[in-house]
Design a protein around this ligand. Structure first.
Ligand code: LRH
Ligand code: MN
Ligand code: MN
Length: 427
């Protein structure tokens, strides 16, 4: 199934008068505050987020999985699904592959398919947290950190292979996330594990093309429940600095212990020019991988506020970030869930763009705590939905993507095309 611009334009008709009215009203209100609504709309229209190839089907928990039907069963179909998302939202113009879950055997064909949907290849992800068939060494006790050289060599070789695939697709970055750690005290020597990890990462880094970047993703626990080698942003930064200027930290919102101040981490990493990428999701407890903005939208706004500030005060030349959604869909239609996540990201970004930074700085200089909060919350409490709808309209996307998705019976059509009992590769 494909969705054409003509179909979207037609279906937008119902909502266009109301959108024009709402946008006009907000534009006037923002104008009075000295904010150019059209400039914000342009920034929103340019903002693109990668969709992970492993999260287009129903995910599951270790207790079960419930298929929604019509899920993509190969990479081509996954790209088609992202194409649908992109047609509707105009925000999903990139895909991030996890290898070997999605091997682009026919790289030219895959690239052409992606091109036809206006999709580019963002970071490629390696996987040394699962054993694959015909693999000589097991990752049961570790991969890049493992105490056995043969295991480390195999894990390094896999990452080099992932870079090779990425080059064929014009990807420009590699994301490394390791499950390496220990489930019990006494299992590993902390120092040795960290040293091995650094050395292995340096070996991968040496194979990185000159215009590539390497992202080092951290996570405090799971699947290792006593200790994880790359447990936090500090360890990630240490390792990135130990590799070189093309190595950066990657923040996954779900990879923090409860109540961690993620916006402060973002501010610090941009200040050091070492923030490379972002995995969006939301969580109540741990790495829950829920829909972005479904639990803590204010935190998301505060994070975006630091991202916007960091990019506008970029003394350390932090490069543009790689944005990706890393969520799992256990009970919702994955495509509807991704549309909601994309919307939440755009909302937080739009709100952050409204923050009156000079006024905030003045309030901080005066230690006017109340005013500082007022300024932030004034932006957060602005209904910015007309801005993101306008951004989508500007690119001929849907004013209301979920409404059009449902009106066009996308899921029903996918089930007709692909069947009711489908399983997509991934988590
Ligand atoms: C680990 C993680 C990492 C993996 C993905 C499947 O929890 O966030 O980014 O690559 O999930
Ligand atoms: Mn992640
Ligand atoms: Mn995760």
């Amino acid at each position: 199934m494909i969705i054409t611009k003509d179909q979207i334009n037609d279906l937008n008709q119902n909502a266009s008068a109301e959108q024009a009215e709402h946008f006009g009203f907000l534009k006037l209100a923002l104008d009075k505050k000295g904010i150019d609504a059209d400039e914000i709309v342009s920034k929103l229209a340019d903002f693109q987020v990668a969709i992970p190839s492993w999260a287009l089907g129903s995910g599951g928990t270790r207790f079960g999985r419930f298929s929604i039907g019509g899920e993509p069963t190969n990479l081509e179909q996954k790209l088609d699904d992202i194409g649908l998302l992109h047609a509707l939202t105009q925000t999903a113009g990139a895909v991030s592959l996890h290898i070997p879950w999605d091997i682009p055997s026919d790289a030219a064909g895959i690239k052409q398919r992606a091109d036809s949907h206006g999709i580019v290849f963002d970071a490629v992800n390696s996987n040394t947290f699962q054993d694959q068939n015909e693999q000589a060494q097991t990752y049961k006790y570790g991969s890049l950190a493992d105490r056995q050289a043969a295991v480390r060599e195999q894990a390094v070789a896999h990452n080099v292979e992932v870079i090779r695939y990425g080059k064929m697709l014009d990807s420009k970055s590699l994301t490394v996330w390791l499950a390496d750690g220990a489930s019990f005290p006494g299992q590993n020597n902390f120092r040795q594990s960290l040293q091995n990890t650094q050395k292995s990462l340096q070996e991968i880094y040496a194979e990185l093309p000159s215009d590539w970047r390497m992202f080092i993703e951290y996570k405090p626990y799971e699947p290792s429940f006593y200790s994880t080698v790359i447990q936090d942003w500090g360890t990630s930064l240490l390792l990135a600095e130990g590799c070189g200027e093309k190595a950066f930290c990657l923040v996954d919102l779900g990879h923090h212990l409860p109540n961690t101040n993620i916006e402060q981490i973002v501010a610090t990493l941009i200040m050091k020019g070492k923030l490379g990428g972002f995995h969006f999701n939301d969580s109540k407890y741990g790495d829950d991988d829920l829909t972005v903005g479904s639990i803590k939208p204010y935190q998301l706004f505060l994070i975006f506020n630091e991202l916007v500030y960091g990019m506008n005060h970029n003394d350390a030349n932090n490069p543009p970030l790689a944005w990706m959604i890393d969520a799992s869909h256990n009970i919702k239609d994955p495509l509807e869930d991704l549309i909601q996540s994309l919307e939440a990201i755009q909302l937080a970004y739009a709100q952050a763009l409204l923050v009156d930074t000079p006024a905030l700085q003045a309030a901080q200089a005066e230690s006017d705590v109340v005013l500082g909060q007022e300024i932030l919350q004034d932006a957060y409490r602005t209904d910015v939905r007309p801005l993101i709808r306008e951004a989508r309209l500007k690119r001929e996307g849907a004013i209301d993507p979920i409404a059009i998705y449902r009106k066009m019976k996308v899921r029903e059509n996918l089930i007709k095309e692909r069947g009711l009992k489908t399983v997509a590769t991934g988590l």
